[in-house]
Design a protein around this ligand. Structure first.
Ligand SMILES: NC(=O)c1ccc[n+]([C@@H]2O[C@H](COP(=O)([O-])OP(=O)(O)OC[C@H]3O[C@@H](n4cnc5c(N)ncnc54)[C@H](O)[C@@H]3O)[C@@H](O)[C@H]2O)c1
Length: 383
C-alpha cells in the first residue's frame, strides 16, 4: 500500500489489480454451498445493478446464486424469465414459501410494498439487503417510517439476522480511501464537513431517496449528529416532493460543524457531488465519487488518489460498490458477523432526513433526540 506523509495509508487495491480475482481460472470456490438469494422487485436497480453485480461476484469465485425473483409487473416478469432464466413469482409471499432461500434483496419502491416485504422476510428468518431508503412512507409519515423501520431492525437483531441497507457508496473506493485517511489521522481532529449533492431529476425524493447516500457518508465519516438547522424551497419541481433545493447547517456530537446543500434542479441526471472534510490545517475532498485529494502540508503538493484503471470497467459492479455490498452480505451470512453497513444505518439516515424536514417546516434548530422521541411517541400511540 502506498503512503502519504507519515505512513498514512493512501491506497486501495481494486479487484482488477488482484490477478487471481480479476479472472478466476478455477471453479474451486464454487464447490462451496452458495448463499441462495431471492430478489423482490425486478425493476431498474435490480436488473441494472444487483443482478450484474451478483454475476460478477460469481465470476470472481464467490459462492452466491440468485434462486428466484418476485415482481408484480407481468412484462418485467416475462422478460426476466426469458432473459435471465430466473424463476419468477408474481407474489413475493409465494416465492418465500416455495423457495429455499438464505437471504433476500428487497428492491421494490420504498413505500408500502417494501414495508410488507421486509416484514415477511424478517418474520421468515431470512437475512436481508434492502435498497435505500430503508423505508419511506411519505414525508408526512416520517415518524411512522422511522418507528416501523426500527421495529424491523430490532426484530431482525433478536433473530440474529444480517440486515444491510444499500448505501452503496460505503463500498466504493474513493469513500473507503477517505475513511481510511480520516481514521489514520491524516487530517487530525475534524472541524468542518461540507457536502454538495445536486442532480436533475425533478420528481426525485430529494432527501430520503438521493441525498440519503451522503447523509450516511456524513455520519460514517464524522460520527453522530446532534442537531440541524435547515432551509428548503420548491422553485421548479412538480409538487410530488416538498423541496427541490435544501441547505442544512449541522452540529455533530463531536463539536464539529457541517454545511450540506442538495438540489434536484441541476441540469443533469448525474449527481454532482463534492464532500470536503477539514481538520487542523489539513483537509481532504472526495470529488464526484471518483477521486480523493488530501491537502496536508502548507507547502504542498497535495496528494491525489484516483483509480488507475478507466473506471468505466466494471463501473457499477466494482467501483460503484454494488458487488462490495452484496459480497459483504454473503460474508456476514457465512461467518455470522455484523456487516459494515447495517439496518441501523438506514434508520439513522431517515432520522436525519426527518430532522431536516422538521427544521424547514418549523423554521428552527431540531435535535436528533426530539425526532427519535417523536417516532417513539408514534409507536406508543399506535399500540
Ligand atoms: N443504490 C443506488 O444507487 C440506487 C439506484 C437506483 C435505485 N435505488 C433504489 O432502489 C429502489 C428501487 O428503485 P428502481 O429504480 O429499481 O425502481 P423501479 O420502479 O424501476 O423498480 C421497482 C420494482 O419493484 C416492483 N414492485 C413493487 N412492489 C412490488 C411487490 N409487492 N412485489 C414485487 N415487486 C414489486 C415494481 O413493479 C418495480 O418493477 C428504490 O428504493 C431506489 O431508491 C438505489
Amino acid at each position: 500500500m502506498e503512503t502519504a506523509g507519515n505512513s498514512i495509508p493512501f491506497g486501495y487495491t481494486p479487484v482488477w489489480a488482484e490477478k487471481d480475482k480479476y479472472q478466476v481460472k478455477s471453479s474451486a470456490n464454487l464447490e462451496q454451498r452458495p448463499i441462495r438469494m431471492g430478489l423482490i422487485g425486478l425493476g431498474g436497480v435490480a436488473l441494472g445493478k444487483h443482478v450484474p453485480a451478483i454475476h460478477r461476484l460469481r465470476e470472481t469465485g464467490i459462492a452466491v446464486e440468485i434462486v428466484a425473483g418476485a415482481e408484480i409487473d407481468d412484462g418485467i416478469r416475462e422478460k426476466c424469465e426469458r432473459l435471465h432464466g430466473l424463476s419468477c413469482y408474481r407474489d413475493f409471499r409465494e416465492m418465500l414459501a416455495t423457495e429455499e432461500l438464505d437471504a433476500v434483496e428487497v428492491l421494490t419502491d420504498p413505500g408500502e410494498s417494501r414495508l410488507q416485504a421486509l416484514t415477511e422476510v424478517v418474520d421468515r428468518g431470512l437475512h436481508v439487503l434492502v435498497e435505500k431508503p430503508f423505508l419511506f412512507l411519505g414525508v408526512e409519515r416520517l415518524d411512522e417510517s422511522i418507528a416501523r423501520a426500527r421495529e424491523i431492525v430490532s426484530r431482525a437483531h433478536d433473530k440474529g439476522l444480517v440486515v444491510i441497507t444499500g448505501f452503496v457508496k460505503h463500498f466504493s473506493p474513493p469513500y473507503m480511501v477517505a475513511k481510511q485517511l480520516i481514521e489514520a489521522g491524516a487530517i487530525g481532529e475534524l472541524s468542518l464537513v461540507a457536502i454538495k449533492m445536486c442532480q436533475g431529476w425533478s420528481r426525485h425524493i430529494l432527501l430520503e431517496g438521493q441525498a440519503c447516500h451522503v447523509l450516511h457518508i456524513a455520519l460514517w465519516l464524522a460520527g453522530p449528529i446532534a442537531g440541524v438547522h435547515a432551509f428548503g424551497i420548491n422553485r421548479f419541481a412538480e409538487p410530488s416532493y416538498p423541496y427541490d433545493n435544501i441547505v442544512v447547517n449541522v452540529e455533530f456530537d463531536s463539536g464539529a460543524i457541517g454545511t450540506f446543500y442538495f438540489n434536484s434542479s441541476a441540469p443533469s441526471l448525474k449527481p454532482w457531488e463534492r464532500i470536503e472534510v477539514f481538520g487542523e490545517r489539513k483537509w481532504l475532498a472526495i470529488e464526484d465519487g471518483f477521486s480523493v485529494s488530501l491537502h496536508d502540508t502548507e507547502e504542498g503538493p497535495s496528494k491525489v488518489w484516483a483509480p488507475v484503471m478507466p473506471h468505466t470497467l466494471f463501473f457499477d459492479e466494482e467501483f460503484g460498490g454494488f458487488a462490495g455490498e452484496i459480497s459483504a452480505l454473503v460474508e456476514a451470512v457465512r461467518e455470522g458477523k455484523q456487516p459494515p453497513v447495517t439496518g441501523k444505518d438506514g434508520v439513522d439516515a431517515l432520522i436525519l432526513a426527518s430532522m431536516v424536514h422538521s427544521s424547514i417546516r418549523e423554521r428552527r434548530y431540531v435535535s436528533w433526540a426530539e425526532v427519535v422521541e417523536s417516532a417513539d411517541k408514534w409507536a406508543k400511540e399506535r399500540v
